[in-house]
Design a protein around this ligand. Structure first.
Ligand SMILES: [Zn+2]
Length: 853
């Protein structure tokens, strides 16, 4: 018998798959699914053992070219099975046949999984990204193994079965039926998908230039909640075809409505969209929910090109899927719903990313992935998604959207139905956009960090003013990068004397002569497209805040400028109290976005504040926020924009905790909402519920619990469970913390209670003690990505020595055991350390500011 050492990570490459047939018997109520695969392959190099990915499958029988193969012994949770032939297999065709039984998950929504609806009916779904197809069937579970698949599903005669490709034939035999699907386009295993159960199927006509047939697949009884999805889905399909100037690439589109948001996935031909997105009761069709569905659908269908049509070759290029998907969904969302002004959120996306990218414990977007553990870490929300999208948008703006679109179209066509890697992308950029732009992309994708750009203008009589642009890495005060970096970055600046001018900067210091008279001020990120922090000196800030100048900036430039000011505080360049002091004036700004940003400048982490100082901070914030919150009120008025509603959510939501008038209104509105779900708009109900719960008593607890036990739907239940995280009374908070430990509610919804309680001074020690006692038990009940989010949220929850040390002791030994969690936990802990250092430094001046109020 040959040595039975399975490969460490990837298949050895001596056998390459060409196509795979998969047959499964699916009963959503069962815990097991028997199946059979036939893989047509080629032996590239002689080998005795064929290694195939399979995890926790029972292997009943296997053959290689028709001869019985020996299945080498394997252990639970291993990634491979080894099939040994009687003698070496010679190069040439190989048929691999395996009969197996896989498990059906009923708790984590991983692999083949089943979820029971409120009426007691179970439905079966799949979720394989990144490496969980191997839990459902044997396969070459790597994105470069991009092959056609033929599926045959045996299901109950009364069930619906759907998969990536259209149904080719259906045959009923007694109580069961056999559904065979057409062969798919070449797909990697992580994109194979199917569903089975007594679904309703709703016809939505055809869409776009390819006249693609669209169907919705929903749990029975839910079709009345599809009005918006039916209206907008064809528009998204058509808009995407137009952007790429290409027909829809996957024959048909089924929108399979899966139970949870976190089951949403870009499976070609059968996109999975969570119930909270897709199913909107007719009386809850707010603009917020409409936009949410449209945006996520635009993202998932964007992957039909970035991921499905052109597939990453390996997981070190997850960004070719996710950075591009995230960059693209904004364009399409704006196209199908211009009234949402969704493009304005590009600045928020960049700000979230820059905040994370200012830690040392951050990876480049494009890094070698050499362990299974690290695969999950490439799906980093702030870095791969938000930073990636922001960098792409910066270069799109620099080269012009028209040139960029041409580049995208050429790149995609060059790799149709095949794989691509970072090198292919950079090479395409070099050809279409030139070497400097390609170098710029590389500098942002291949190294971590965000640049800090400073512009100083020197004026000397008789010579033109000279702007000196310098770049360094933006890091918190006292932190230095052991390996200093430079970026090739398009810096676009505006001065008091000239409009926006852009220059591609690649040196540490660049001099740019100005053809104007000496400017009074310079804005380093004009247009707010730059993925960089601008150094803002107190003098510049004072000059720019003057009314005449302030009005020359557009709203996104103002938001970016205020964020730059906050970042300057963290780098120790402007004192914190000076920035906090700007809050009252800015919170009154007539632009809603600037007002919310301005109000946020008044926040100061309260971990370091004693009760007296905390009360002073709250009283000061209320002094300028409460009057505006009272005037805004809880109810949306006719003609209010989305930005106005957003400001309402923030100011009214915040004031509701401590302002007697606003909190009294919150209690009445929340009680009415809990009774019959009326009285307050759906998109602000959360804030009223939170405030009512914060002040809530035992009777309110019981009312919430009764509502959570008899929810309208999954979204409704999630909202009620979320509210439990806001109890401030210790006895009620303890009762709420028991909910995630029981089996009555989905842990993945109820865990938010713990995370919420960690954020507030009244309950944070209770929540920390809960985490210390129960983390192991709940990690065992979660999928890796959700376990990772829980751990990073705990890791970043605190800003004081004692609690951060307690969290370190809890998480540092555990994080490496959860795929993808180690780096995220390290980064969150670094942010906590930075927070402690900054808070300690800033506290004396903040104390003085508050005492002077
Ligand atoms: Zn995505």
């Amino acid at each position: 018998m040959p040595a039975a050492t399975p490969p460490a990570l990837r298949t050895p490459g001596d056998v390459k798959p060409l196509r795979e047939s998969l047959e499964l018997t699916l009963d959503p109520a069962a815990t097991k699914a028997p199946g059979r695969v036939v893989i047509a392959a080629t032996v590239v190099r002689p080998t005795r053992v064929v290694w195939v990915n399979a995890t926790n499958l029972a292997i009943d029988h296997a053959t290689l070219n028709g001869a019985a193969a020996t299945v080498l012994p394997f252990k639970p949770d291993e990634d491979f099975i080894g099939l040994a032939a009687p003698a070496d297999l010679a190069p040439g065709p190989l048929s691999i046949e395996i009969a197996f039984t896989s498990g059906i998950d009923h708790e984590k929504s991983r692999g083949l999984y089943s979820v029971t609806e409120q009426d007691g009916t179970p439905y079966l779904y799949t979720f394989f990204e990144s490496v969980d197809a191997r839990r459902a069937f044997p396969c070459f579970d790597e994105p470069s193994a991009k092959i056609p698949w033929t599926l045959t599903l045996h299901v109950k005669a009364t069930d619906v079965a759907a998969a990536n490709a259209p149904v080719a034939s259906e045959k009923t035999e007694g109580a069961m039926k056999t559904v065979t699907f057409a062969e798919t386009k070449p797909l990697p295993s992580y994109l194979v998908a199917f569903v089975a159960g007594p679904f309703e199927v709703i016809d939505d006509g055809v869409a776009g230039r390819a006249k693609t047939p669209i169907h919705f697949i929903v749990p029975k009884g839910r079709s009345a909640e599809l009005a918006w999805a039916k209206e907008v889905t064809p528009k998204v399909v058509a808009a995407e075809e137009d952007y790429f100037d290409m027909d829809y690439p996957f024959v048909k589109l089924d929108v399979a409505v899966v139970p949870r948001y976190w089951g949403t996935m870009e499976h070609p031909g059968i996109v999975a969209m969570g119930q909270p997105l897709s199913l909107i009761p007719p009386d809850k069709q707010t603009e917020e929910r409409k936009r949410f569905y449209a945006n996520i659908l635009a993202h998932e269908l964007g992957h039909y090109w970035f991921g499905d049509y052109v597939t990453l070759a390996w997981w070190d290029d997850t960004w070719l899927n996710e950075s591009f998907g995230e960059w693209f969904d904004m364009i399409i969302t704006d196209e199908v719903g211009p009234q949402w002004q969704y493009r304005d959120q590009r600045v928020d996306l960049a700000l979230g990313a820059m905040h994370s990218d200012e830690a040392l414990a951050v990876n480049a977007i494009h890094v070698p992935i050499t362990t299974r553990q690290a695969i999950e870490s490439t799906f980093d929300g702030e870095i791969t998604y938000s930073k990636g999208a922001s960098v792409l948008r910066m270069f799109e703006d620099f080269v012009t959207p028209e040139q960029w679109q041409k580049f995208i179209r050429e790149y995609l066509r060059a790799h149709a139905y095949a794989n691509a890697n970072a090198h292919d992308l950079y090479a395409a950029a070099e050809t279409s956009l030139g070497a400097p732009v390609a170098a710029g992309l590389r500098s942002f994708f291949d190294q971590p960090g965000v640049p800090r750009i400073a512009i100083i203008v020197a004026c000397k009589a008789g010579t033109p003013p000279m702007a000196t642009i310098t770049q360094t890495r933006s890091l918190a005060e006292g932190v230095t990068d052991p390996q200093p970096k430079l970026w090739t970055v398009p810096v676009c600046f505006q001065t008091s004397e000239s409009p926006r001018t852009c220059a591609l900067i690649s040196q540490a210091e660049t001099k740019v002569p100005l053809s104007t008279k000496c400017p009074a001020w310079v804005i380093p990120n004009a247009g707010a497209y730059g993925y960089y922090r601008s150094a803002i000196s107190p003098a510049t800030l004072a000059a720019v805040m003057k009314p005449g100048t302030w009005n020359r900036l557009d709203r996104l430039e103002r938001v970016m400028l205020l964020a730059d000011v906050s970042a300057s505080v963290n780098r120790g360049e402007i004192p914190r109290d000076q920035v906090m002091a700007l809050a009252p004036k800015l919170a009154a700004d007539k632009d809603d976005r600037v007002a919310s940003m301005g109000a946020a400048l008044s926040y100061f982490t309260d971990d370091a504040l004693d009760d007296a100082l905390h009360d002073k901070l709250v009283a000061w914030q209320l002094s300028f926020m409460a009057p505006r919150a009272r005037a805004l009120g809880w109810k949306r008025k006719p003609g209010d924009t989305e930005a106005h509603q957003e400001l309402r959510r923030e100011l009214v939501g915040d004031a509701a905790f401590h302002d007697p008038v606003v909190s009294k209104e919150a209690k009445a509105l929340a009680a009415q909402w809990l009774k019959d779900r009326t009285g307050i708009d759906d998109d602000i109900a959360n804030m009223a519920l939170a405030a009512a719960t914060y002040h809530g008593d035992a009777a309110w607890f019981d009312a919430l619990l009764a509502a959570a036990r008899a929810p309208r739907d999954r979204t409704d239940q999630g909202r009620i469970l979320h509210a439990f995280g806001w109890f401030s009374d210790p006895a009620l908070a303890k009762r709420a913390l028991d909910l995630p430990l029981g089996k009555e509610f989905d842990l993945r919804e109820s865990i938010g209670i713990v995370e919420g309680m960690m954020q507030r001074r009244e309950t944070r020690d209770l929540a920390l003690a809960w985490a210390q006692a129960h983390t192991d038990e709940i990690l065992a009940r979660m999928r890796a990505d959700e376990a990772m989010w829980y751990l990073t949220s705990v890791a970043g929850a605190f800003c004081d020595r004692t609690r951060v040390d307690a969290v370190k002791a809890l998480l540092v030994p555990r994080a490496p055991k959860i795929d993808g969690a180690e780096l995220g936990v390290k980064r969150a802990l670094e942010a906590s350390e930075t927070c402690i250092a900054n808070t300690t430094r800033q506290l004396p001046r903040v104390r003085a500011l508050l005492h002077a109020k």
